[in-house]
Design a protein around this ligand. Structure first.
Ligand code: DHE
Length: 517
């Protein structure tokens, strides 16, 4: 009898060992692969790879598997799987893939769907000003609300791909908008018709998108694979997939792609190579055209590149990788943040080299930088993700003119040409419920709003005329609060599901100084 029990225990121990090894993969195939794909690269559900899961790890991930996600297709496995199974699955999906996935132009094309019921309207199907529409990205349940900026009614609320990130990009006429998810899906939506046009998966893990100066091309910056995908805005067809490799041949992820309309180019931040790339969106790209067009390397087949120069690429060599770019008006200079997050490096794009450095400790979030005139000076300001300060820089002589002390580190800044104030959120720490209002001339905080105590309050966007400022209560049972931008009084509160970024058509297509681009 004793021997019998001992052999059962031994069997259990052996089974346990075998289970801990390979069975997480079997469990995944059995319970997860139908939605998330056998490769873990995503299907109807998002990709389950470290690049996509980001901060979702350990207990949080186990809790999602146990309880599911409300208002999504993700079921709760708490009743069907043991705790051991669930933690094995959680650690399996956070393990890097054993292979480097490829995602070719053909793969991308095979995901493209155009809505067959879509018919473009001849004029807007609503009566409000189409230039004063504001889109609200609701990350709580992966939707976008289309807000009429005249009366704040919701004209439509449509489903987006899972986990939208970065600013949606509008066509130059403001009619269409393109929205990207971290899993690389790009969705096209017609604002006049209030209808989705189609979608395509341009990358497996993507960072953001940029629109060409003429509205013809959309560039998608990818982390997985190491590529830049260019698609046609007209029908979402794939035009080109550019392999991103440093001069020495090292593949590089693309941290972000930026639209530089004045230069007729896209500007790329490379994560793994000490280079900035500029990709021409026109044969006569940029003010550097005469002097530099010959230094462009072929971005297409030699003959076509020589003939047209479209998508030709220029490498700007820098001393170390930079990301999170702020561009000066006119797009002659950019400021990038170094890897250590303690300085800003100014690169002049015309001459193609570093021209200044700025002491910016505490990880400046330069992509949120905005510009304005303060007492006769052209200034820009940036929040810092790891320090409760706002740095104000004179962009004519590259000096730090003021450090404004905030109640905690911030994420986003916004203003409007007609507003005397800059709105700066405190995104992290015990004061995450505050929004500082800063006078553009005195550079002092003149008021701190606290509209939802204990909740994260962040990201501001203005209406077209700058009369109202819209602020997110960034919680699942959150809201967009409409403020009178002059009196700073609350006018209205619209319930929303974890509203994140908000984007006004006019402010975006005119590249208003008050918004980050
Ligand atoms: Fe973002 C914009 C990178 C984390 C919400 N974020 C951007 C852009 C870049 C970027 C390059 C500019 C894209 C554009 O608009 O074209 N973000 C990064 C990061 O590297 C970082 C720190 C880490 C990461 O996970 O990628 C990061 N970002 C976040 C978040 O945690 C936020 C708060 C929540 C989320 O949804 O992931 C977040 N990022 C945003 C938003 C914008 C954005 C709302 C657009 C701001 C705008 O007003 O245009």
């Amino acid at each position: 009898m004793t021997r019998f029990i001992a052999s059962i225990s031994l069997l259990c121990i052996l089974a346990g060992q075998a289970y801990a090894g390979s069975d997480a993969a079997t469990l995944f195939q059995e319970h997860c692969s139908s939605c998330h794909a056998p490769t873990r690269l995503g299907g109807t559900g998002p990709a389950l790879i470290p690049e996509s899961l980001g901060k979702l790890k350990g207990n949080t991930l186990e809790s999602v598997i146990t309880n599911g996600r409300p208002a999504t297709q993700m079921p709760a496995f708490g009743d069907t799987l043991s705790k051991g199974d669930i933690s094995a699955l959680a650690s399996y999906v956070t393990t890097p893939l054993a292979f480097e996935p490829s995602w070719t132009a053909d793969d991308i094309t095979s995901t493209r769907t155009l809505d067959t019921s879509y018919k473009p309207a001849e004029r807007p199907v609503f009566s409000g000003d189409p230039m004063n529409i504001t889109l609200v990205v609701e990350t709580g349940d992966h939707h976008v609300s289309v807000l009429d900026g005249d009366n704040f009614s919701i004209l439509d609320r449509f489903a987006t791909p899972f986990a939208v990130h970065g600013g949606p990009k509008f066509s130059p006429d403001g009619r269409y908008v393109f929205i990207m998810s971290r899993d690389g899906w790009v969705q096209k939506y017609d604002i006049w018709s209030l209808k989705e046009v189609g979608r395509i998966r341009a990358g497996l893990n993507s960072r953001n998108i940029a629109m060409s100066h003429d509205g013809q091309w959309l560039a998608v910056a990818n982390y997985l694979p190491d590529t830049l995908t260019i698609i046609s805005t007209r029908d979402l067809s794939v035009i080109k997939v550019i392999d991103v490799k440093g001069k020495d041949g090292t593949p590089s992820r693309v941290s972000a792609v930026y639209q530089a309309p004045d230069r007729k180019s896209f500007v790329l931040a490379l994560k793994d190579a000490p280079e900035i790339w500029e990709v021409a969106t026109s044969p006569d790209a940029g003010p550097y055209h005469d002097g530099f067009v010959h230094s462009f390397e072929s971005g297409m087949e030699e003959s076509l590149a020589a003939e047209r120069g479209l998508f030709a690429r220029r490498r700007i060599m820098i001393s170390a990788p930079l990301d999170d770019f702020f561009f000066t008006p006119g797009y002659r200079n950019l400021i990038g943040s170094n890897r250590a997050g303690d300085k800003g490096v100014v690169v002049n794009l015309d001459v193609g080299r570093e021209i200044a450095e700025l002491p910016l400790p505490g990880m400046p979030h330069l992509g949120s930088g905005i510009t304005w005139e303060s007492q006769g000076r052209h200034v820009m300001a940036t929040p810092h993700l790891k320090e409760g300060i706002l740095s104000v820089i004179d962009i004519d002589n590259w000096t730090l003119i003021k450090t404004i002390k905030m109640d905690g580190p911030g994420f986003f800044l916004r203003s409007h040409e007609s507003s005397p104030y800059v709105w700066a959120d405190v995104f992290f720490g015990p004061h995450k419920d505050e929004m500082h209002i800063i006078d553009k001339q005195s550079l002092e905080i003149v008021k701190t709003l606290n509209p939802a105590p204990g909740k994260t309050v962040a990201h501001t966007e203005f209406t077209r005329d700058g009369r109202y400022a819209l602020v997110s209560v960034w919680e699942d049972d959150g809201a967009v609060i409409v403020y009178d931008a002059k009196t700073l009084e609350e006018v209205k509160r619209l319930p929303m599901r974890k509203p994140a970024g908000k984007y006004n058509v006019w402010n975006k297509i005119t590249f208003s100084d008050g918004t980050s681009h």
